[in-house]
Design a protein around this ligand. Structure first.
Ligand SMILES: [Zn+2]
Length: 292
C-alpha cells in the first residue's frame, strides 16, 4: 500500500481515450524484437516530433482499433478512489497525478497542471499525432498532456525486467510529469539545441533530469500533513531502482553510446537518487555538468 487511505481523489485532470484509430497507418514496430527496440527508444519518450511525426525510423503497419473505448476507460477513472489506487493500475495513475500536482506548485512558481490521458492500444493526441502503446508512456509538449497505456506496466515487468511495485509505476508517471515541468521551464527547447542522440546529447540530459524530478517528487510525496503517500520504504525505492535499471540505454540497446537517448542504467538510477535525496529540483541540472 502506498496511498494514505483517508484522502480525497480528484479525477478531473485525467481522461480516457482509446480505440481512437479509424484505420490508417501508424508508426509501430514490426515483430516482437523490434517492438522492444521501439520501446527501448521511446520509453518515457520526450520528443514527439521525432517519436510520432518523424519519418522513417519505424516500420509502419496497419492496425485495427483495439483495446477499450474511451467511455469504458472514463468510467474506470471516475470510479477511482484512493483505496483503489493501492490495487488498481488506472487509479494508481490518477492518484499519482494528484500527488504530483500537489508537490510541484510548491517548487515551480506558476506551475500549471498538465492533462493526463489514459488510453488502450492507440491514441490520437491533441498535438503530437497518433501513437500506439508500443511507444510507451510519453508527454506531448504541444498539448501539455501526459499519455499512459496501463498495459505498458506489464511490458515493463515481463519483457524489460522492471518492477511492478507501486512506487515503480508511480515513478513512470512522475517521470512524464517531469517532462511537463521541463516544458514549463524551457528545458525541452534547450535540449533540442543539444541534439537527440549520444551520451551527452540534449535528449539524454533531458531524460536524466526527468528522472531526477521524479526523485524530487518522491522525496516530497510522503512529507507533511497533505502528503498523499504513506512513508516510502526502502523496498519501494529498490523497486524504482529495478525499473530505472531495466530501462537504461545500455541495457536496452548496448554499450555503444552513440545512439543513446535516455542514459545508462547507472545514470538513470543515479539521477533519480539525486532528486530523491535532495528533494530540490536545483540539484537536477543535468545541463550544467558533463559528469552525467
Ligand atoms: Zn522521458
Amino acid at each position: 500500500m502506498t496511498f494514505r487511505s483517508d484522502g480525497p481523489l480528484d479525477t478531473g485532470g485525467v481522461s480516457g481515450r482509446g480505440g481512437g484509430r479509424r484505420g490508417g497507418r501508424v508508426a509501430i514496430g514490426g515483430g516482437v524484437g523490434l517492438v522492444v527496440v521501439v520501446i527501448a527508444a521511446l520509453v518515457f519518450g520526450i520528443d514527439p516530433s521525432d517519436l510520432l511525426g518523424g519519418a522513417g525510423d519505424y516500420a509502419t503497419e496497419d492496425v485495427g482499433s483495439r483495446g477499450s473505448d474511451s467511455s469504458e476507460i472514463d468510467q474506470q477513472i471516475e470510479s477511482c478512489t484512493i483505496e483503489k489506487a493501492n490495487t488498481d493500475t488506472v487509479c494508481r495513475i490518477v492518484a499519482t497525478t494528484n500527488s504530483l500536482n500537489k508537490v510541484w506548485p510548491g517548487l515551480v512558481s506558476g506551475y500549471q497542471a498538465p492533462q493526463a490521458v489514459i488510453f488502450a492500444g492507440s491514441v490520437d493526441t491533441g498535438g503530437c499525432g497518433s501513437a500506439t502503446s508500443a511507444v510507451g508512456p510519453f508527454y506531448c509538449p504541444a498539448d501539455q498532456t501526459a499519455y499512459f497505456d496501463p498495459s505498458f506496466f506489464e511490458t515493463l515487468q515481463q519483457q524489460l525486467g522492471g518492477s511492478n511495485g507501486p512506487l515503480a509505476q508511480e515513478y513512470v508517471v512522475a517521470h512524464e510529469f517531469g517532462h511537463h515541468v521541463q516544458h514549463l521551464l524551457g528545458a525541452d527547447e534547450q535540449a533540442r539545441r543539444l541534439g537527440s542522440k549520444g551520451a551527452k546529447s540534449g535528449s539524454v540530459r533531458l531524460e536524466l533530469q526527468a528522472d531526477c524530478y521524479a526523485g524530487v517528487w518522491a522525496n516530497r510525496a510522503d512529507d507533511g500533513p497533505d502528503a498523499m503517500l504513506e512513508p516510502i520504504t526502502r523496498d519501494q525505492i529498490d523497486d524504482v531502482i529495478t525499473t530505472a535499471k531495466a530501462i537504461g540505454d545500455d541495457r536496452l540497446s548496448g554499450s555503444n553510446s552513440d545512439g543513446w537517448t535516455h542514459g545508462s542504467s547507472t545514470q538513470r538510477v543515479r539521477w533519480f537518487s539525486t532528486g530523491y535525496q535532495s528533494g530540490d529540483p536545483k540539484t537536477c541540472d543535468t545541463f550544467a555538468t558533463n559528469d552525467l
